[in-house]
Design a protein around this ligand. Structure first.
Ligand code: FES
Length: 106
């Protein structure tokens, strides 16, 4: 359904770094990326190992690279781009209203 859930405020995100918040259902941690004024949200957990992308990931434009084994994902889609990552990151539609970030938690 179309049930948008608040996750955090844009103002709470680190500058020039990947943010994090809890999934509204508490099931997983989220990674929050800022790119060209847009917000993108994926699972925080690398799909290759157990790395936290908000802690171990390096964002360059639309690409996040996991420091553990240098796998890369597209933050705009969650798509896995380079080995050893094959499985896409769980991706959540996000929107910002009055500085509050909401996701469709699925
Ligand atoms: Fe992220 Fe291996 S744990 S690339």
């Amino acid at each position: 359904g179309d049930e948008w859930a608040f996750i955090c405020k844009v103002a709470d995100l680190p500058r020039n770094d990947i943010g994090t918040a809890k999934h509204p259902g508490g099931r997983l941690d989220l990674a929050i990326y800022q790119l060209d004024g847009e917000i993108y949200v994926t699972s925080d957990r690398c799909t290759h190992g157990a790395a936290s992308l908000s802690e171990e990931g390096e964002q360059q434009g639309h690409i996040v690279e996991c420091a553990w084994h240098n796998g890369r994902f597209d933050v705009r889609t969650g798509e896995a781009l380079t080995m050893p990552c094959r499985t896409p990151l769980p991706f959540f539609d996000a929107k910002v209203i009055d500085g509050d970030i909401y996701i469709n938690p699925k």
